[in-house]
Design a binder for this molecule. Structure first.
Ligand SMILES: [Ca+2]
Length: 496
């Protein structure tokens, strides 16, 4: 009846009243690469890894050019909540504290009549603010029998983390919502974060399938600068047998990984064959974790229908960044190269988004907070740094929409040894500047033509023909730094 009323009101060209503002279900995962989403196509599509996420894309909009500003977990989440780049919200790496007292979109949503609920992984230590209810994993959280933290303290749970997070969300949808208010329900998964531990029911999935390799699994980094040569995130050298691949040590006699251990002991691959085996094993564990995420998204979609909420609820799916699925021989993220700079973004909004639409505008995680506020009809603070995606969702990209993106990664020296870098990217070209400790001469540059070289194998910065292009990209980088108020190098980033 309620949805019929909305249809009638929309039909009359009238905007619905406050009580009919859309609900938002914001499903988010940790390290989910676009390469492992069926709707994005690519070499893994035929494995059909994500039937429910694909359904969201069929019924909604897929963003092909969604990016982050700093490709690492906690800073990405801080950007999501604040609508600001890392240097403005102060959470520029995984180690510095996040100031919860600062402005965040959910506080404003709540002040404007939304019920706000957050369950799952947030990876920001301290008490959450602006939520009617929050229940989160401590730090990285655990895959099996995880603890959760609420305002009241820590509680222990039995089961698989992706299922438990969804159970909590469904409990809200079925039993706890205030029927007089629209809601924002954030369902934020730990999966498929390292060390890629699947639910027991998915341990055999893809067992007899050969996962296609990327063309650059054995990248030698020629043409790239020091950062690519000296990172510590290769499947070959960095990925660990026991910790990541569950072979040997505490897994030697583990029932779940018994067949894998037995196979390895008998065959013991070496050299390139070992890298290929590690790639297969990593990919299968990763895809198994995704399978549980996708299955649980299916449960959420079904519950929205069962509760009569589907028509007036926007469902958005994204991740805190992308991830390397063996491209460049890597796992992990951090670099400004496409696989980790980009992130999946799929949105379903019945009646407002044309089903099956694809958007190729440059969007970034600084846009999410403003989008939520815009959807809610709430005021958008002038110091947020993104733009609302609502016009894009409705198929009306503004003429002055951004044509370039700013990126900045700070966490070095640190795990995985990715040098600090910043850069600018438009739809065609990307200019990256590595700088700081352990970068020869203080800085090194890379230039890529994303059209001619989508895998970013050929750094053409030193080609004299590109001098003009580099000059204009540098100018654009400086313009973005001024626009986003990036502090001069060596000056502390804001932490107010
Ligand atoms: Ca992450």
């Amino acid at each position: 009846m309620k949805s019929l009323l909305i249809v009638v009101l929309l039909g009359l060209g009238m905007w619905v009243n406050a009580a009919d503002r859309p609900n938002i279900v914001w499903i988010f995962s940790d390290d989910h690469s676009y390469q492992t989403i069926g709707a994005y196509g690519g070499r893994l599509q035929k494995l059909d890894p994500t039937p429910n996420i694909d359904r969201l894309a069929r019924e909604g909009m897929r963003f092909d050019r969604a990016y982050v500003g700093n490709s690492i977990c906690a800073p990405s989440r801080a950007t999501l909540l604040t609508g600001k780049h890392s240097h403005m919200n102060g959470k520029y790496d995984n180690r510095v504290p996040f100031n919860h007292d600062q402005q965040q979109f959910q506080k404003i949503l709540r002040e404007n009549g939304y019920q706000t609920i957050m369950v799952g992984k947030i990876h920001l230590n301290g008490q959450m603010q602006g939520f009617d209810y929050w229940e989160v994993l401590p730090g990285q959280g655990k895959y099996y029998d995880p603890d959760f933290v609420t305002e009241a303290g820590k509680t222990k749970h039995t089961g698989y983390v992706t299922d438990i997070i969804t159970d909590k969300a469904l409990d809200w949808l079925e039993n706890k919502l205030d029927a007089n208010k629209p809601f924002m329900l954030m369902i934020h998964h730990k999966a498929p974060h390292r060390t890629w531990q699947p639910a027991e029911r998915h341990m055999e999935k893809y067992a007899d399938i050969e996962i296609p390799e990327p063309d650059n699994l054995f990248d030698d980094y020629s043409t790239r600068t020091t950062a690519a040569h000296e990172q510590d995130m290769t499947i070959d050298k960095t990925m660990r047998m026991e910790h990541d691949l569950k072979v040997g040590g505490r897994y030697a006699n583990n029932k779940q990984y018994g067949a894998r251990n037995e196979w390895f002991e008998t065959n013991t691959p070496k050299g390139r064959n070992l890298v290929k085996w590690k790639y297969q094993t990593y990919m299968k564990d990763f895809l198994r974790c995704i399978w549980a995420v996708d299955e649980n998204i299916g449960r959420v979609l079904q519950t929205l229908e069962d509760q009569g909420l589907a028509d007036n609820t926007i469902v958005m799916y994204s991740s805190d960044q992308g991830f390397y699925m063996g491209e460049h021989g890597w796992f992990d993220k951090r670099f400004m190269y496409e696989e980790s700079f980009r992130t999946p973004l799929i949105v379903r909004w019945p009646g407002r988004i044309k089903p099956g639409s694809v958007n190729t505008d440059l969007v970034q995680n600084i846009d999410f907070a403003e989008t939520f506020l815009d959807l809610a009809g709430a005021p958008i603070p002038g110091d947020m740094q993104g733009k609302s995606l609502v016009p894009l969702l409705e198929g009306n990209t503004p003429k002055d929409w951004r044509e370039s993106l700013y990126y900045h990664y700070y966490e070095y020296p640190a795990v995985h040894s990715v040098r600090r870098h910043e850069g600018v990217s438009n739809k065609r070209f990307k200019l990256i500047r590595f700088y700081g400790p352990d970068v020869p001469n203080g800085e090194e540059w890379e230039l890529f033509d994303l059209e001619k070289d989508p895998s970013e194998m050929n750094n053409t910065y030193n080609n004299p023909e590109n001098a003009g292009k580099i000059k204009s990209l540098e100018k654009e980088l400086n313009r973005l730094k001024e626009q986003y108020q990036v502090p001069a190098e060596g000056k502390a980033v804001s932490c107010e």
